[in-house]
Design a protein around this ligand. Structure first.
Ligand SMILES: *Cc1c(COP(=O)(O)O)cnc(C)c1O
Ligand SMILES: [Zn+2]
Length: 489
């Protein structure tokens, strides 16, 4: 829609200006640092940062109703920079000029309701929010959009030189980082560090195809993370892991979209997310808290985090009911089909603890819960969902298994509506489906296929050598197999 056709009072606000003043604030010692340097942990105490806008209070000069209208009307605007997660520009990175925003089609993913049959089986009405429908097929694009837009802006400053962006990954971060870096061509080079043999062939193909330097090391994600941290400490590199607080800002858009989808009526809603490095749950909680701060929503939806029993440090932490006695202990992970969340020492844990405290302070103790599920439950839930029209990956299956566990534990009220994060596209993790169909899981996964979920192609060969009879023969065999009734002649 043309600017001249929008309501007059909104017109001056539709195309935003960079009027924010962002700083990195250390979660531990509270020190603040300018954003013109490539910093990821506090030089003073090594604490984690959150990006804060020192001018955020200017946003409170407008009521929630103003922001709701602005974000709703902005959807009608055909300005590419504002078509993705930067629709919420004022809340994401109001320091980046629109000319430097990289938009590859991320965000505004569909929320697909479970049909009556599936909802009946699960015992609650719910929907998957399909973040696998982002450009690199996972939610990681939400965070890479601002992280790379900001690097693009930095690279445009006089004397900036070429920037090398690096990340460790369980697969999807590197796919997203490589995709967004490649869009920026010569300005940014990207290198990704992967645990050898612990990402799917599809995830490996993505950064290779985007032209990134792909480096593999033995071990698991936690080992890669240590190496990348040593690199970021000792060298001039841009770190694209979830320590990068620009990514968290971008990932907040998931919460904004959920609220907007419900016309900002978030009472009686729950959001279910799988937890790996805990960047996503951090961003989702922070997103709802900031919408609440600005009066866009009145009620904070319930947050349910899900972990596999094979990688469950966050679940273990919250399993201790007495918050004074909770201690965080990293775990050694064992193989999990939710491989993108197979992390024993999540870097964002300090952020989670802080935000969950704030969340429960405002919305009550029951507003944040973490459940654990078995590998078997994850696989069965994924297949159950996808047999009802969804495109959930194993982590999406983990979300559904988590909802079922939360229903059993009476964490979700009878009339509560759940939104499940389907964090990646089914096709990225089809290898696990194939292992299920072939009953080929190594014993440590502890997955036994249910025959009713197994499926395999059936080869039909012609029973005749005569070329002119082959089609008729095959059609006849298939008709018999499918029990088709002949048309009356
Ligand atoms: C990264 C990822 C997760 C885990 O998210 P965290 O932010 O690390 O907790 C879950 N699912 C998929 C598909 C992912 O790529
Ligand atoms: Zn500090």
């Amino acid at each position: 829609m043309k600017i001249s056709e929008f309501p007059e009072d909104l017109r001056p606000h539709l195309i935003p200006e960079p009027t924010g003043r962002l700083v990195y604030r250390c979660l531990e010692c509270g020190r603040e640092y300018g954003i013109d340097e490539l910093l990821y942990t506090c030089p003073n105490c090594r604490g984690l940062f959150l990006l804060v806008d020192l001018h955020e209070d200017r946003l409170k000069e407008q009521p929630g109703s103003f922001w709701r209208r602005l974000f709703d009307y902005r959807k009608l605007l055909n300005v590419p920079a504002l078509k993705g997660i930067f629709l919420y520009y004022e809340l994401i990175a109001p320091v980046i000029p629109l000319t430097h925003i990289v938009y590859l089609g991320e965000g505004h993913t569909p929320q697909v309701a479970a049909n009556a049959d599936l909802a009946g089986t699960v015992g609650r009405a719910f929907a998957f929010k399909n973040d696998g429908q982002n450009p690199s097929a996972s939610f990681k694009d939400r965070g890479m959009a601002p992280a790379l837009s900001y690097l693009n802006f930095l690279a445009s400053q006089p004397g900036a030189g070429k920037i090398l962006a690096i990340c460790a990954s369980t697969g999807d971060t590197s796919a997203a980082a490589a995709l967004y870096s490649s869009y920026l061509g010569d300005k940014i080079a990207s290198a990704v560090l992967l645990p050898h043999g612990k990402v799917t062939p599809q995830q490996l193909a993505q950064p290779l195809g985007a032209g990134a330097r792909v480096l593999e090391i033995p071990g698991v994600f936690d080992d890669c993370m240590k190496v990348v941290e040593a690199l970021a400490d000792g060298y001039q590199v841009a770190l694209l892991n979830s320590k990068n607080s620009w990514r968290i800002r971008g990932q907040e858009s998931y919460a904004y979209e959920v609220a907007q989808w419900f016309d900002y009526e978030t009472a009686g809603k729950a959001v279910v997310v799988p937890i790996g490095n805990a960047g996503n749950i951090t961003a989702v909680m922070q997103g709802f808290l900031r919408f609440h701060d600005l009066g866009l929503i009145d009620t904070l939806p319930r947050i349910v985090g899900v972990q596999s029993r094979h990688a469950n440090p966050v679940f273990r932490y919250y399993a201790e009911p007495d918050r004074g006695r909770r201690v965080f202990v990293p775990v050694a992970v064992t193989p999990s089909v939710a491989q993108a969340a197979m992390i024993g020492n999540p870097v964002s844990m300090p952020r989670v603890i802080r935000l969950a405290d704030e969340y429960t302070r405002r919305a009550g103790e029951a507003a944040v819960a973490v459940v654990e599920v078995s590998e078997q439950e994850i696989m069965d839930a994924m297949l159950l969902a996808n047999r009802h029209g969804h495109i959930a990956c194993t982590q999406g299956g983990e979300s559904l298994a988590g909802l079922m566990a939360a229903v059993r534990a009476a964490i979700i009220d009878r009339d509560e509506y759940a939104v499940l994060d389907a964090t990646a596209h089914h096709l990225k993790f089809v290898g696990f489906q194939q292992m299920y169909f072939d009953d080929a899981f190594p014993p440590e996964f502890e997955v036994t296929p249910k025959p009713e979920y197994q499926n395999r192609p059936q080869l039909i060969t012609p029973k005749t050598d005569k070329p002119e009879e082959k089609t008729g023969d095959l059609a006849g065999q298939i008709a018999r197999l499918l029990g088709l009734t002949p048309r009356p002649r």
